[in-house]
Design a binder for this molecule. Structure first.
Ligand SMILES: [Zn+2]
Length: 75
């Protein structure tokens, strides 16, 4: 019995599943840009989310509560 592997999996092609997105509940994979949000400190645990989802949520919050324009841009 020969076990021939016809298609070699490249490391770049590996889509590594990380966790469900906190916002949209879809899979977050290492190939996408994602963020880790601290869920609890003791024990330390994280929520994972797509970067875009996190940004969208952030923007929504800022729109809801209109603060005085804070012009702190860094980066
Ligand atoms: Zn998402």
């Amino acid at each position: 019995m020969r076990n021939k592997t016809r298609t070699k999996r490249k490391l770049e092609d590996l889509d590594r599943y990380i966790a469900p997105c906190k916002y949209c509940n879809q899979d977050v994979s290492s190939q996408q840009s994602f963020v880790a949000l601290v869920k609890s400190l003791n024990p330390i645990s994280y929520n994972y989310a797509h970067y875009d989802c996190m940004k969208a949520d952030d923007e929504r919050r800022h729109n809801g509560t209109e603060r005085s324009s804070n012009q702190t841009t860094s980066g």
